[in-house]
Each structure stands twice: as structure tokens, then as C-alpha cells.
Design a protein around this ligand. Structure first.
Ligand SMILES: Nc1nc2c(c(=O)[nH]1)N[C@H]1C(S)=C(S)[C@@H](COP(=O)(O)O)O[C@H]1N2
Ligand SMILES: [Mo]
Length: 432
């Protein structure tokens, strides 16, 4: 039985020659399939859904960018042995001496960066789903302006996905990057920022109209299928997805009893063992090939300065120098962190003074032979802080092997990766 629909009253009927109301008069009829608006049938798509998700991202993504760029500054890139991303000379215009106060600054910054990034994943995916018909706009390019708009969106989506994917891979400890994660993630962020600026310049007026339900009509399905979920229901689903992800990761940064809830975080919920050294370990001594002989009786600490002065210590000799304590966390770029631990050892400032290099930064090298994190430089402001230690004890016990025995760096608000373990040489000032 042919149930032809009665012809709908057509606004354009009076306009004369046949034109497709969905693509506008004068445009060529799109090829069949997703290029035709009628292909897209979800009744959820439309200005309300897209604008709401867009608004959440409009608040969240700048926070991601800001905390990300701050995190990069915290690395003191450019100092000897630290990240030496080429071209950051230009993009690194904003770099500054990362402070040591408050001592939880890096922990907070990185906790926000990683937790928010995880929370935004469902929002990002829903937003992309809500605008996917636009990918098939017809004709593909209407004008130079249209080309610029589409190009910027392509770059925005590609770099946004790249940042989320590389960030999540890194926080899951899959170190699979060709070259440095920091370099890739850093450049990706700047591409994303450039594309976002162009995108917002063209979209903000539409976004504002969208919230008042007047714009972005082209996202509405011309022939919607019956709803299987309400728009509010869909928003609730996205929100529940975000909250669910936060609930199983945030514990790795918040610590305390919540740490056990961090099921999705590799360094979050796992049992780090009992006792004074019972807190998260990034990589064990065994995993990094630290030989027991290198950290046993034969171990020495060499302290030297650009002025040529030099001193050598056994662990027992270090223990005879004035010992100081500091209550500080380990906070990793991957977002996990420990609660404050009570470290005890020799002040970096005292060691600098011993070789006449009070105003200098330091390059700390470990006995480790391979790997990116075997050495790191600290800036002079970090060396001067009285809480910055070459730690020999933690929580009243000697450092365990996995936490860096015989000696490790611990500095307030320092990214975990620069708290070098198994330190064997400190060079203050310019390398001799
Ligand atoms: N020599 C050396 N030191 C190192 C690392 C390393 O791989 N080698 N990892 C760093 C990283 S990435 C972090 S987050 C902290 C973790 O310290 P923890 O294992 O004592 O918690 O150690 C840092 N010190
Ligand atoms: Mo780390």
C-alpha cells in the first residue's frame, strides 16, 4: 500500500524554481547518504544540545590549556638536561621561574589538569556527535570564508583529539611516544589554541543565539526519528559518564581514604605496601636496572661547582651534616600524587654553600644509566628554598631502594619527575 504523505505546506513553494529547503536555494542537490540532511535523524541534535555541551567545553578547555602551560613552565624547560623542545623559544615566551610556594601547587595544578581532562571526555565525544552532520556539509566549500571556517574546525577537532588521546595514554603509563610526550603534547596544545581562537571568533555569536534557541537550526534533523531518550536524559547520561570517570580517577590526586577509589588510575588505588616507605612508587629500582652495587658501599655523592670546587661524601658523611625536615608530596605529571611525606636530609642550599655556589641552580644526576628521567636541573630559586633537600630519610626511616636510596632530591611544588632518585652527582652552576 502506498502511503504517500500528503505534501507538507512548503514555505519555499512560492519561491518558484525547485530548490532543496535543507541546503538553500541555488545550491546543487547533495549526493545521497550522509551529505543529505534527511540522513541524520536523531531528534536530539539541535541548538540546545550543541550549545549546552559547547558551553561546558568553553569553560573547561581554557582551564586545561592554562594548567597545561603552567605544568610545562614547572619543568624549567631549557635548563641543562630538562626538556629541550625545539622552537619553544618562541612558544615559551611565557615561561617563568616556577615558585616553590605553596608546596602543593604542582599537585593541585596537575590534579586539576588530569581530572578535568578525564571528566571532559564524555562531553567532548557528545559534542562531536552532535555536530557530525556538519562534517558532510554540501557543497563542501562555499567560499574562502567557509573554507577557513571548515579548516579551523578540522584542525580543532584533530588537535583536540590528539591532546586528549596523548594525555590519557600518558596518564595510563603507556610510554609509547616517538620522542618526548612533553614535546608532542606541548605543540599539540598550541595548534589547538590557534584553532580554538579562530573557531570561537566565528562561533561565539552563534553560540549565544543557540542558547536562546534561535541559531544552529541546520543541526536539527529535518525528518526526526521518534525519540528514544529525552534531551535532558541525554545530558544526564553525559554528566553521569563524566562523574563516573572522575569517581574512579580523582582519588589518585586527592589521596587519603579516597585513594582506594582510583580504580582507573595505575598509580592510584594499588597497594603501595606498609610502613614509612609505603607510598606510591613511580618505577622500581629493579625496573630501571639500578644495580645493588651502585647504591651500596661503593656509592658516593660528588658535589661540584662551575668554579671548580668539589667535595665527595659517603652516606655516613652526609648524615653528619646538619639534617633538616620538610613535609612535601610527590606529584607526578600523570596526575597521581602522594599526601605530604616527612622527608629528612641535607639542604640543597647547604651543599651549594659547601662548594661556594650559593646563588646557583643545580643539575642532579642519578646512578641510573638509561631512561629519560635519570637526571634533571633545578633553578636557583628551588635550590635556595630551605625545604629543598637531598633526602636520606622519609617518615623516620632510611629511604627504601625504590624511593631512591641512598639519596634523592625533594623540592616543594616540584614536578615529581624532577625529584631525582638515586642521586650520585650534584653540579651547581654552569657545567664545568
Ligand atoms: N633516577 C630517577 N629518578 C626519578 C625517576 C626515574 O625514573 N629515575 N622518576 C621520577 C618520577 S617521573 C616521579 S613521579 C618520581 C616518583 O617518586 P617515587 O617513585 O619515590 O614516588 O620520581 C622521579 N625520580
Ligand atoms: Mo612522574
Amino acid at each position: 500500500m502506498s502511503a504517500a504523505r500528503p505534501p507538507a505546506p512548503d514555505r519555499d513553494a512560492a519561491a518558484g524554481p525547485r530548490s532543496d529547503p535543507a541546503t538553500g536555494p541555488g545550491s546543487a542537490l547533495p549526493p545521497p547518504g550522509p551529505f543529505r540532511p534527511a540522513f541524520w535523524r536523531s531528534p536530539l541534535r539541535g541548538p540546545w544540545f550543541t550549545s549546552l555541551l559547547g558551553t561546558v567545553l568553553l569553560v573547561g578547555l581554557p582551564v586545561m590549556l592554562l594548567t597545561g602551560l603552567l605544568s610545562y613552565a614547572a619543568y624549567n624547560p631549557g635548563l641543562h638536561g630538562n626538556d629541550r623542545t625545539p622552537g619553544k623559544g618562541l612558544l615559551g615566551f611565557y615561561l617563568f621561574a616556577w615558585p616553590t610556594d605553596p608546596h602543593w601547587l604542582y599537585r593541585l595544578n596537575q590534579g586539576v589538569h588530569v581530572t578535568l581532562g578525564v571528566a571532559l571526555v564524555p562531553v567532548l565525544l557528545a559534542k562531536l556527535w552532535s555536530v557530525v552532520p556538519r562534517l558532510f556539509a554540501w557543497p563542501p566549500l562555499r567560499s574562502a570564508r567557509h573554507a577557513l571556517e571548515r579548516g579551523s574546525i578540522l584542525l580543532l577537532v584533530a588537535s583536540g583529539l590528539f591532546e586528549f588521546v596523548t594525555g590519557i595514554i600518558n596518564m595510563q603509563l603507556f610510554y609509547v611516544f616517538p620522542g618526548s610526550f612533553y614535546t608532542l603534547h606541548f605543540y599539540g596544545a598550541w595548534v589547538f589554541l590557534a584553532a580554538l581562537v579562530v573557531h570561537l571568533a566565528t562561533r561565539i555569536p552563534k553560540l549565544r543565539r543557540g542558547l536562546r534557541d534561535q541559531g544552529m537550526h541546520e543541526l536539527r534533523a529535518p525528518d526526526p526519528a521518534p525519540p528514544t531518550i529525552s534531551r535532558r536524559g541525554a545530558v544526564a547520561l553525559v554528566g553521569a559518564g563524566s562523574l563516573g570517570l572522575v569517581a574512579v580517577t580523582a582519588g589518585q590526586s586527592i589521596g587519603g581514604p579516597l585513594r582506594r577509589t582510583a580504580l582507573l588510575a595505575p598509580h592510584g588505588g594499588g597497594d603501595p605496601g606498609e610502613g614509612p616507605n609505603g607510598f606510591q612508587i613511580n618505577k622500581t629500582a629493579a625496573a630501571l636496572g639500578i644495580e645493588p652495587a651502585d647504591i651500596g658501599e661503593r656509592w658516593r655523592l660528588v658535589v661540584r661547582a662551575g668554579n671548580g670546587r668539589r667535595a665527595v661524601f659517603t652516606r655516613a658523611e652526609l648524615l653528619e651534616l646538619p639534617q633538616h625536615t620538610a613535609s612535601l608530596p610527590i606529584a607526578c605529571v600523570e596526575g597521581w600524587s602522594t599526601d605530604d611525606q616527612l622527608w629528612r636530609g641535607v639542604r640543597l642550599a647547604d651543599l651549594a654553600a659547601l662548594v661556594g655556589a650559593e646563588e646557583e641552580g643545580v643539575f642532579a644526576e642519578s646512578v641510573q644509566e638509561k631512561g629519560t628521567f635519570k637526571a634533571a636541573s633545578l633553578r636557583d630559586n628551588q635550590v635556595r628554598d630551605p625545604r629543598s633537600l637531598l633526602a636520606l630519610h622519609v617518615n623516620g626511616a632510611p629511604l627504601s631502594r625504590d624511593h631512591g636510596y641512598p639519596a634523592r632530591i625533594i623540592v616543594p611544588a616540584n614536578p615529581g619527575v624532577h625529584n631525582t632518585k638515586w642521586v650520585t652527582r650534584l653540579t651547581f652552576g654552569e657545567l664545568p
